[in-house]
Design a protein around this ligand. Structure first.
Ligand SMILES: [Zn+2]
Length: 526
């Protein structure tokens, strides 16, 4: 069916014609953009017409960094986000324990001691009386620190005698007993949690998809593993996958994927294997982001290095050898420098055009802006993190370094390609949370009044580009996706209000009117 959008504000993302009033969609593709009169002239009796005055139409929003199936699983987990005390977290765990059979794991997410009135980190003592027959693992908002009860520690084999795994840390009391707080230990604990079945993962993918479409997201770049790929592939086989998924995989899975016909840069138009995903360091909140100079609040620490320089380069070469590119997690400034070094080293051995990306880039060393540009590496950032991170960053990194923290405008000014995502389930998938953070640089309470380093604020157009044209380029799909250009696939997001007319604090609560993938309606506001 043909579709016409009329009388709207259309941001095309196409530099030859950035703004228009209408779009005509035929056979799942953009047939024309133009004035309302021009689009109206193309309509026939069978055209479905949407008159959308006061709305903002954009190319389909792509969330360029999240964990999609995990997000779907998370939607069913104990939600500890935004709670203001340990007591409030305990209440949620108590409710969950009452609903589960003995022995079942209780998994929660999103606690953040920085916003608690308790002013302390939690321990197993805060959980043991609540759920004596359930192992409990509560993941911090950063995803890297876990809070466990005694039963979970017992099942995971964490005792006084346990030696810290490399790059990880078990917090202990003065006598060496683990207190129920472990950093970078989640993978080890997850080994003893029964994994979700394929059916459960597929249900999670569909739950995540419904939520994504509701928030105007037509495509995602997901950082997960073959198990999640299988769930998405199963959904696609059953004709249930509507969103476009650019999938990354860890380097250890590249060979196994290939043996099954899943190759870098290949797939369907709904699900493809995009890049190899690596980790260079930890996070800001856990104090594990790798820094050039010591932490301001703890001069004995510079963070955790996940891989040595040669290990990192080896893994980058795995991607290049298979004809692909890499996406590397780097939050601290030294981690980013190390990633650029590894990429530069690997490219000497495997020349040719690459579309590599560094994930997060929360703190930049000023010397690295130019390297991003000359190496044409994408900075893949999640503005929404700023809401919770800015004051933590001031404390841990100090004001001088923070000048180049979350420095998206500087990146653009220096000619760096910048793309945006949510990092769901670390944050919610709603892209307008990141629009708000990128454009206002304030937290939900509107602080600081002029924005945090307001010189780094972005315009609406810059923010939309980071959610549309740039992720299309990163996926090597800029010929089909990323802008409303005649001939491209009709992935379209319609916001219920023209975002350009809103106050910053109104952005996160603005609804989506319509989400279209390939000219098919994936969501429509009631
Ligand atoms: Zn992530």
């Amino acid at each position: 069916m043909d579709i016409a959008i009329l009388n709207s504000r259309v941001f095309t993302g196409d530099q030859t014609r950035p703004w228009a009033e209408g779009v005509y969609i035929k056979d799942g593709k953009v047939a024309a953009v133009g004035s309302t009169a021009e689009i109206q002239a193309m309509c026939t009796r069978g055209t479905r017409i949407f008159e959308l005055p006061g709305r903002l139409v954009t190319p389909g929003i792509v969330d360029a960094h999240l964990h999609f199936v995990s997000f779907g699983l998370y939607l069913e987990r104990v939600d500890l986000r935004d709670l203001s005390s340990i007591a409030a977290c305990r209440e949620r765990v108590r409710t969950a324990a009452a609903q589960k059979t003995a022995g079942d794991w209780i998994i929660g997410r999103g606690w953040n001691e920085h916003i608690w009135t308790d002013r302390r980190e939690p321990s197993s003592k805060d959980l043991d009386d609540l759920a004596p027959n359930h192992p409990v693992m509560l993941v911090r908002c950063c995803g890297h620190t876990v809070w466990l009860n005694s039963m979970a520690m017992r099942l995971a084999g964490i005792t006084r005698e346990t030696v810290d795994a490399p790059g990880a840390r078990i917090e202990r009391d003065v006598s060496g007993h683990p207190i129920g707080l472990c950093r970078e230990y989640r993978k080890i604990i997850e080994k003893v949690i029964p994994p979700p079945t394929l059916e459960e993962r597929k249900a999670a993918a569909l739950r995540a998809q419904a939520e994504a479409l509701r928030y105007g997201v037509t495509g995602v770049h997901t950082c997960e593993t073959l198990a999640e790929w299988d769930a998405l592939a199963a959904a696609e086989t059953e004709g249930q996958l509507r969103i476009r998924v650019h999938h990354t995989l860890p380097p250890e899975e590249v060979e196994r994927a290939k043996a099954r016909g899943i190759e870098l840069g290949k797939g369907s138009d709904r699900l493809w294997f995009g890049q190899v995903k690596l980790f260079a360091d930890g996070t800001l909140g856990s104090g594990t982001a790798l820094l050039h100079a010591p932490y301001s609040d703890d001069p004995s620490q510079t963070g955790l290095e996940c891989l040595t320089a040669s290990e990192m380069q080896d893994r980058v070469e795995v991607a290049y050898r298979h004809g692909g590119d890499v996406a590397v997690h780097a939050i601290g400034d030294l981690a980013t420098t190390n990633v650029l070094d590894a990429i530069a080293g690997a490219r000497k051995k495997f020349p040719g055009p690459k579309r590599d990306r560094v994930e997060h880039v929360q703190l930049m060393h000023p010397a690295d802006f130019a390297r991003f540009r000359t190496m044409n590496v994408v900075a893949s950032c999640q503005p929404v993190h700023l809401h919770t991170d800015m004051f933590v960053a001031e404390k841990k990194w100090g004001m001088d370094r923070c000048r180049y923290g979350y420095a998206w405008k500087s990146m653009l000014r220096e000619g760096v390609k910048v793309q945006f995502g949510s990092d769901a389930p670390v944050e919610h998938i709603n892209p307008l949370l990141s629009f708000h953070a990128a454009m206002a640089r304030q937290n939900a309470a509107g602080e600081p009044a002029n924005g945090w380093f307001p010189i780094e604020r972005l315009t609406l157009e810059e923010t939309i580009h980071a959610f549309t044209t740039v992720p299309a380029w990163t996926s090597r799909k800029e010929g089909q996706l990323g802008s409303l250009t005649p001939g491209k696939i009709a992935d379209v997001t319609v916001f219920a209000q023209d975002l350009a007319t809103l106050q910053p604090q109104e952005l996160p609560v603005t609804q989506v009117e319509l989400t279209m993938v390939g000219g098919e309606i994936g969501y429509r506001r009631e």
